[in-house]
Ligand binder design. Structure first.
Ligand code: UD1
Ligand code: CA
Length: 452
């Protein structure tokens, strides 16, 4: 079997993006446009050539893939010219797969079909049927046979009514491609080397032009501005949500679910509206996520309940835990089984033991908290002395009274009780009540000030 070479055209500046980043580096979900194309092409191809122009350094740095052959197109003289720049790197006895760095939703399966067809016929073109074909090159057929591609500017009225258009994506036997590229010229309205002219060359040569009609117009849609980028983002998200639901995920509204990363889940998970999943996130079975949560790079177990409006990042949450509403769980936090983190609680770089409760209005940072501990409302671990961070260790079964400050480094013993409103600066022994308060006094003859 002959080798497959992908040629990805990525030289366009994308002026309509109004961005300092080249178009192919614009982000869709959690990947660049070019990254999406690469993800589909790589598994099918032996070699990838990317034709770059504008801001090439930036593109190469961000894609950061040493297996790519980067080919410079110094001047943008048309897509035909762009492809020609890659040809010296491509052996004659191979298939060239021509792709575009700004057509991000192209599917591997479609490309596999296209390559397969080109292996049989020598040349296979991907087309699509559009309700509004304005601006695209029209596919002219005689019976089943493709005869030519006529660009919008050159089309007569009958041709303008054709709804089947050229996507520009094709697979061609490389020897044929080289032959046809050497025949085309730039004597046209734009003074460019039109890649599409190779189709006319092929037809004149008696070469069969076989074709596949894409079933999905978004699969072959290019991105030129941020309106189109947002459109494809929505399509991408909707497709992903559909796939997840087909695998058993419960989504209250797939239009209000976004996943920018790698997401896995067990059976009977339910996600309410406006959740954003980022990075690598996994859910066990029977876990529920209430509205308005952001969850990033986190492993969540079975029967976990994430209540509304939580922001959770880089942590592990074990079976049966309850989080929120309005909790912020920051990186390197480990919440163990059946722990409860309540409203307006912030936790950072801490371990919360099983069955432990931090129910209201607390800051817990750099702490190791044992099992079945109760942290009262408004408890603060004072972990920062202005220069360094220090650790708080709380033993199993401890009870920390409300509005206490634990000045770290500090150790609270097992089953210790801290009286409410205490500022704790010294080690607390096991099983004892410790408190630090000024004595309460009442002034009998005190009078409220009066307004002057
Ligand atoms: C092209 C096709 C048209 C098709 C349409 C689909 C031609 C003559 N027409 O039109 O039949 O319906 O695509 O979108 O090819 N590029 C380079 N270097 C260049 C020129 C272009 O890398 O010198 C890249 C662009 O970044 C872009 C792609 O090639 O990704 C297509 O280029 P463009 O010339 O803009 O094609 P269209 O005029 O849209
Ligand atoms: Ca106080």
């Amino acid at each position: 079997m002959s080798d497959i070479h992908a040629i990805i055209l990525a030289a366009g500046k994308g002026s309509r993006m109004h961005s300092s980043r080249p178009k192919v580096l614009q982000i869709l979900s959690n990947n660049t446009l070019l990254g999406h194309v690469l993800s589909q092409a790589k598994p099918l191809c032996d070699k990838i050539h990317v034709v770059y122009g504008f801001e090439g350094k930036q593109v190469q740095q961000q894609i950061n893939d040493s297996n790519i052959n980067w080919v410079k197109q110094t001047e943008q003289l048309g897509a035909g010219h762009a492809v020609a720049q890659a040809m010296p790197h491509i052996e004659d006895n191979s298939i060239s797969l021509i792709l575009y760095g700004d057509v991000p939703l192209i599917k591997k399966a479609t490309l596999a079909d296209l390559i397969h067809q080109a292996q049989q016929s020598g040349l296979s073109l991907l087309s699509v049927i559009l309700d509004n074909p304005t601006g695209y090159g029209r596919i002219i057929r005689k019976g089943e046979q493709i005869q030519a591609i006529i660009e919008q500017k050159d089309a007569n009225n009958a041709q303008l009514n054709i709804n089947e258009v050229n996507t520009g994506i094709m697979a061609v036997h490389s020897q044929l491609l080289k032959q046809y590229l050497s025949k085309i010229n730039s004597s046209n309205a734009q003074g460019e080397l039109y890649l599409t002219d190779i189709i006319a060359c092929a037809v004149a040569d008696g070469q069969t032009v076989s074709s596949i009609i894409s079933k999905n117009q978004f699969e072959v849609a290019g991105v030129n501005d941020k309106v189109q980028l947002a459109e494809l983002e929505r399509i991408f998200q909707k497709n992903q949500a559909t796939q997840f639901m087909q695998q058993g995920l419960g989504l209250k509204d797939p239009n209000r679910f976004d996943c920018r990363g790698a997401f896995t889940f067990g059976q009977d998970c339910e996600i309410d509206i406006n959740t954003l999943i980022e990075g690598k996130v996994s859910l066990g079975c029977n876990t529920t996520i209430a509205p308005n949560c952001i969850i990033k790079n986190t492993k969540i177990g079975n029967y976990v309940s994430i209540l509304s409006n939580c922001v959770i990042e880089d942590c592990v949450i074990e079976e049966g835990a309850t989080i929120g509403p309005f909790a912020r769980i920051r990186p390197q936090t480990h919440i163990k089984t059946h722990a409860k983190i309540g409203n307006f609680v912030e936790i950072k770089k801490s371990t919360i033991g099983e069955n432990t409760k931090v129910s209201h209005l607390s800051y817990v940072g750099d702490a190791i908290i044992g099992k079945s501990v109760n942290i009262g409302a408004g408890v603060i671990t004072c972990n920062y002395d202005g220069v360094n961070k220090h650790q708080t260790v709380i033993g199993d079964g401890a009870f920390i009274g409300s509005d206490s400050q634990l000045v770290a480094p500090i150790k609270i013993g097992k089953n210790a009780t801290i009286g409410a409103g205490s500022t704790i600066t010294k080690i607390v022994p096991d099983n004892q009540l410790s408190l630090s308060r000024t004595k309460q006094t009442s002034l009998k003859n005190w009078q409220r000030p009066t307004k002057k």
